[in-house]
Every structure is written in C-alpha cells, then in structure tokens.
Design a protein around this ligand. Sequence first.
Ligand code: ADP
Ligand code: F6P
Length: 320
Amino acid sequence: MIKKIGILTSGGDAPGMNAAVRAVTRAAIRKGMQVYGIRRGYNGLINGDIFEMNERSVSDIIQRGGTMLYTARCPEFRTEEGVEKAKEKCQELGLEGIVVIGGDGSFRGAADLSAKGILCVGLPGTIDNDIACTEYTIGYDTAMNTVVQMVDKLRDTTQSHDRCSVVEVMGRGAGYIALNAGIACGATYVITSEIPYNLDAVAKKMLESRKTGKQHFIIVVSEGVGHSEEIARTLQEKTGIEARTTILGHVQRGGSPTVRDRVVASQMGYYAVDLLSQGIGNRVVGMQSSKIVDFDIQEALSMKKPFEEELYHIAGEIAF
Ligand code: ADP
Ligand code: F6P
C-alpha cells in the first residue's frame, strides 16, 4: 500500500490544473495517503520545496486558473544528475508516487523518474490539446472559450471598420485551438501548420465573399504558422481590404476553468490516485471515446495524434 505521494505541475500552466491538484489531494487523503505539494515543477523536487497538504489546502481553488503549486521549466531535470537528485529527495521524504500534471515534456521527465523506481503518473495539462494519447487535455476548453470571447470583441471593431482581423492563437506546434476556436467564431479561414495553405486562395475567398456583401473578415492563424503580421500585410496587398493583426498571447492561458475542464480534471485526478493506490506507475492518464484510460508513458509519447481534417473541411465549407 502506497502511503505518501507528491503532486506537481510542470511546463506551461493551464486552467483546470488546480481542479486536478484538488482531486488528487482529496482522493489520496480518502485512501489514507499523505499528500505533499511540490512547488514549481521538477525544481521543487530537486530543491526540496515541498509541503504537506491536507484536505483544506485545496479549498477554494477549483474555480481558479493558474496553479497553486506554481509551475516552471527545469533544465536540470533533463540531466541524469537532476533526476538522481529528485529520486534521492523522494526517498528522503518517503514519497513513493508522484502525480505530474503537464505536457509531453513533463511526461518525459516522469518516465526518467519512473525508471529510477518512483511511481509516476502523468495527467495531461496543457491548453494546446497536443498530447497524442488523449483526445482531451485539461485547459483546452477554457482556452478556446477565451479565444472565442476575444474574437467576438474583435469582430465588433473589425465589422465597424470593414476590415480583416488576422488573429494568432496559441498551440505551440499544434492547430487544435486554431481550428476549433476558428469554427466557433465563424472565421473565414483557419491557417494551421497541419494543412498546407495558400494566401492567394485566402484572398480569393475574401474577394468572392465581398461580392456577396460580406464586409469584414476574421482569419485565425495558429502559433505554429507564425508571421501573422506578414500574413495580414500580404492579404491587404492582395485584396485591398485593410487588415490588422492581433496576437492573443498568454491571456489564453488564464481565467476560471470551464465546467468541462473542472470535470475532466477531477475525473483524471481521481483516476491517477487509483492507479497509484494499486502500486501502478509509469502511466499517463488520458481520455479516449470520452472514457478515462491510461497508457505506459513511453507508449503514450510514441503515439501520433491525427489532425481533425474533416472539421477543417467543414469550417471551410460553411465560412464564406
Ligand atoms: P510541457 O510539459 O508542457 O511539454 P516542457 O516541454 O517545457 O513542457 O517540459 C516541462 C519540463 O519537463 C522541463 O522543464 C523539464 O524539467 C522536463 N522535461 C522536458 N523534456 C524532458 C526530457 N526529455 N527529459 C527529462 N525531463 C524533461
Ligand atoms: O504549451 C502551452 C503554451 O501556451 C503554448 O501554446 C505556447 O507555445 C507556449 O506554451 C508558450 O510558453 P511560455 O509560457 O514559455 O511563453
């Protein structure tokens, strides 16, 4: 029986991480475990920035964005010495299991620590939804809702000025936020790195829509494509329609988590503790066909996530 576990958040923060921390803490306490919060990702594990939590430590956080455990990127943990130090700290404190909430990078770290005999379970926490083994990552829904709210506001001014707004959204290399938020705000075109694009075709579509009376345009560009300023300039040159660029940036990572993020974080957090309580580690928790499942970390990291090409097609067909 596992008696003591730790929990940390790592990499970019995501709304719903707090809900996951709460679920892990409470589920573990219910099972009679002691729970330790580890601050600032793997840094806290290496430096011993660790504190015991009780059921009240996670009160009043389910509705908050960010992460009460803080997060960080920890270059030292990418080294053999860093992982060894973390293992020694776990042994010193008697931490037998660690729940790591983060993205693929954080899971690579969790695999290294698992290889040293510490039971690690990863929970997918990133707004990007770019983790292959899961159809959903904690934070994705909130981020998309933020994008939609922002673009709805942008649309007001874009419409008043008969302009084109080129909106760059986050997603590191992945276009899931761009596509899904794009379809949800009626973007004329979604430009992502997964699908080849051609600015002549975008300009042609805008001009054809102009002929039918459409006066303003929203073009969503994913961060992976980048150079959204240049895209706006080129579209303006090709169409004669005044264009402006908005890079939404880190606002997309904040805010109170949506119902979906709170529920999924709670389910996944509970599931992670269940695995640890059975002595199971080296796993990543995910969602497949709306069910919570788990995978070996290496297997999870080797999987490829398909892009939603059909949705991309639909988005294009209904925006003109
Ligand atoms: P994310 O988890 O969101 O993908 P990062 O890629 O920045 O974010 O990774 C977060 C942290 O996970 C890194 O700062 C590092 O401590 C750890 N990490 C990332 N990649 C590796 C790796 N290959 N081996 C060991 N640890 C890693
Ligand atoms: O992975 C989440 C994310 O917000 C990406 O969409 C983005 O590329 C990256 O993190 C930004 O990271 P940073 O916090 O280092 O600016």
